[in-house]
Design a binder for this molecule. Structure first.
Ligand code: HEM
Length: 239
């Protein structure tokens, strides 16, 4: 076997780590931006227009959002294709893993299993959301988003929120275990600290996501008797 063929699995692993890191960072930024609705409807409106290039070009170009969505989808496809190598591929492999898990009784082995399960869910759920954002980028704003959450999307977002936040935090925890060293400290101490950080981040982002989802749902309920209503920005109300 040549040297480059032997290095291939390590290179694929590194690519999986980098794509996972980028996706996790994207998801945290996404959650902070989407939660602008908790500040005010105007704040969410401005965030949405910003991503359409309004403050750069003087007019909104929703297709810019579609471009970003397409890039995120490509990154997810790359990450998923690389992750597929690690999934148990047959009843035999699955059985061997379960035996191993029962024998080991190790928290990190169980976490790995949760990461596989949430990753599997994301294969199906994330594209449902992404296709909506890609095909109707002009339908993102306080009222349009609230109506979508209230009328159709809240169950999808509820499951997606838990799946993506657990998947991302477990992934980053495993990544840090691979690459981070605390000089002069035992590895158990690092593992303990990273575990606390992982739980802290998951609890923070899931709580933020639930509060945000509730805010969109309530707003959607308030405007449910006025279908198609668009948010009037402050500048139009008080020119
Ligand atoms: C560039 C790509 C993306 C854009 C433009 C986007 C945009 C949005 C917007 C505007 C909302 C608010 C609700 C709505 O308008 O329907 C939302 C909610 C949400 N998105 Fe995304 N999203 C993107 C990617 C993703 C990805 C990749 C995931 C997960 C794999 C995701 C998970 C969620 C979840 C869970 C919610 C509900 C948030 C909450 O709990 O409050 N999004 N997204």
């Amino acid at each position: 076997m040549t040297l480059s063929a032997r290095a291939l699995p390590a290179r694929l692993d590194a690519l999986q780590s980098v794509s996972g890191l980028l996706l996790a960072l994207f998801m945290w930024a996404h959650m902070l931006l989407v939660s602008s609705i908790l500040i005010s409807e105007e704040a969410m409106y401005r965030v949405a227009r910003m991503f359409e290039g309004y403050y750069l070009f003087g007019r909104a170009h929703p297709w810019l959002v579609s471009v970003v969505v397409a890039l995120v989808l490509l990154l997810m496809m790359l990450h998923a294709a690389l992750a597929l190598r690690k999934f148990p591929h047959s009843a035999g492999q699955y059985g061997a893993f379960r035996v191993h898990q029962r024998r080991m009784r190790h928290g990190d082995t169980t976490l790995w299993w949760w990461q596989v399960a949430t990753g599997f869910l994301l294969f199906f759920l994330a594209p449902m959301h992404l296709f909506g954002m890609f095909s109707q980028p002009d339908q993102i704003g306080p009222y349009a988003s609230a109506a979508r959450v209230y009328h159709t999307h809240w169950p999808l977002y509820l499951v997606l929120l838990f799946a993506v936040e657990l998947h991302g935090a477990i992934g980053l925890y495993r990544l840090a275990l691979k690459w981070v060293v605390l000089p002069g400290r035992p590895p158990q101490q690092l593992r303990h600290r990273l575990n606390l950080l992982k739980w802290g981040l998951s609890v923070f982002f899931i709580t933020l996501g639930l509060c945000t989802l509730l805010a969109y749902f309530r707003l959607g309920e308030q405007i449910s008797d006025r279908p198609g209503l668009r948010y009037p920005p402050a500048i139009e109300v008080n020119p």
